[in-house]
Design a protein around this ligand. Structure first.
Ligand code: HEC
Ligand code: HEC
Length: 401
């Protein structure tokens, strides 16, 4: 009976990468080691579940819903993405000419078998000649990758590190047959591009926007509230407490001490996972996407009358490495409960602004729809006295970063 062996697939990928590295003949061993580390990190980011099937299958039974009720059209509608590069030519052709049925959950199972659904990892077993989805887990790519839509909306090449702001994690979790109506209602209230990574810890439901995982090199305060000094801190938090991976997380500041399972499938992967994320650069603003002259004037406002540079300083446009800010410094506050109050630091990190054009809406709660809204809110709240022209120029500058 043919069983798709997922870890064998992954091993094959790693072996292929090792070969490719030897082939490219780097003379410097350090560079080669670093390449290998990044390649491993990419594999982990895209395909590793850390054993979180215990949560998504054993507890939430998501594999059952997906196999019976989630056809590709539905999957795309809740923001799941399909990796076009994982599709063999026959499937590509079938999607083009309509012979692949996007209204059948069996097609979703087939896509999972190809490892083509970004952020979802299925185990497929053939039972009586039929492919069955017997286990399902999630990976980091679920929330922090999207695709470039080059094949069709929701289907294209992977863009790792780009927040999936189309994804509706709450609506997906609410499909679970294991949850009661009240809990489902909470998850359904979050909306797309938002997730509350503390709801299952403190019981408050106040989601934040999914942030990008790019542009973080050199920044030593991670998350909106600067909880960790490196990306790995938060990867462990999310891997254990949210994804449900096998391993431990503890932080006396929260306080929180959680162990899932009896083995640690996370710790050994954090170095490569972090290296990969730090290699992801914020995407530059596309040519023609902003008015160059206005952006030039906007920079003067940013550095001058707008006083933005006092906090958004340095190459990453953040003072995060020197200080965090009281909640009142966030233009999304006051809110009750304050998201900061639920965190380890009780404060906010000045958000880095490289690539900010790419990930509307803005502020941790997504309460500013556009960069114009951001500029307007600062002007009003801080009484900066900027003219309408200044505000427009400032927004144009933000679009260019
Ligand atoms: C269900 C969606 C989801 C999954 C899965 C997920 N994250 Fe996140 N991630 C979030 C949200 C929401 C935040 C914002 C939390 C905050 O700042 O308080 C976040 C924050 C982050 C940050 C901080 C970004 C910054 O600007 O400091 C990084 C880095 C990150 N995640 C990487 C990962 C990695 C790596 C994984 C896999 C181990 C992962 N995430 C899994 C939703 C997710
Ligand atoms: C006192 C420090 C401070 C000043 C001054 C400041 N900011 Fe911020 N900025 C922050 C903090 C803190 C956040 C995160 C707030 C949140 O998400 O709730 C932020 C968030 C932002 C964001 C949202 C980024 C994202 O990823 O969602 C933008 C855009 C921004 N600021 C632009 C500006 C502009 C433009 C100015 C000047 C008019 C400015 N900031 C002045 C501290 C500051």
């Amino acid at each position: 009976m043919p069983i798709l062996n997922v870890s064998a697939l992954q091993a094959a990928r790693l072996a292929a990468m090792a070969l490719a590295l030897t082939a490219c003949g780097g003379s410097d061993n350090d560079t080669q080691d670093n390449h290998l580390l990044l390649e491993q990190g990419q594999q982990i980011f895209r395909y590793d579940t850390f054993g979180d099937e215990a949560k998504w299958s054993d507890t939430l039974r998501m594999h059952e819903v997906i196999e019976t009720a989630v056809d590709p059209t539905t999957a795309l509608a809740v923001g799941l993405k399909v990796d076009a590069e994982a599709l063999p030519p026959a499937v590509v052709e079938g999607i083009r000419n309509g012979t692949v049925d996007l209204r059948s959950p069996a097609t979703t199972v087939a896509l999972l078998k190809l490892d083509a659904v970004v952020g979802l990892k299925g185990r497929i077993e053939t039972v009586n000649g039929v492919d069955r989805l017997t286990r399902l887990g999630v990976t980091c790519a679920l929330c922090h990758s999207t695709v470039d839509n080059s094949f069709a909306p929701g289907i294209g090449k992977r863009l790792d590190g780009w927040a999936n702001r189309d994804l509706n994690p709450g609506a997906i979790i609410a499909l679970s047959p294991a949850l009661d109506a009240a809990t489902k209602a909470v998850f359904n209230s979050w909306g797309k591009g938002r997730y509350d990574p503390r709801f299952n810890i403190d019981g408050f439901s106040k989601p934040v926007v999914i942030p990008p995982a790019y542009g973080l090199a050199g920044i030593h305060r991670i998350t909106f509230t600067g909880d960790g000094e490196d990306v790995a801190y938060w990867n462990r938090y999310v891997g254990v407490t949210q994804m449900g991976g096998q391993g431990s997380f503890s932080d006396p500041r929260l306080p929180l001490n959680i162990t899932n399972g009896t083995q640690d499938l996370i710790s050994s992967k954090l170095a490569a996972l972090q290296a990969y994320q730090l290699s992801l650069q914020a995407p530059p603003a596309p040519a023609g996407s902003f008015d160059v002259a206005a952006a030039g004037r906007g920079k003067l406002v940013f550095d001058g009358a707008g006083r933005c540079v006092t906090c958004h300083a340095g190459p990453a446009f953040t003072d995060a490495n020197s200080l965090l800010h009281p909640p009142a410094d966030s233009m999304a506050e006051p809110e009750a409960p304050s998201y900061a109050a639920r965190s380890a630091t009780g404060q906010y990190r000045t958000s880095p602004l490289r690539g900010v054009w790419q990930h509307a809406p803005y502020f941790h709660d997504g309460s500013a729809a556009t960069l114009s809204d951001v500029a307007n809110r600062y002007n009003t709240r801080l009484g900066l006295g900027l003219s309408a022209q200044d505000v427009a120029d400032l927004a144009e500058y933000l679009k260019s970063l």
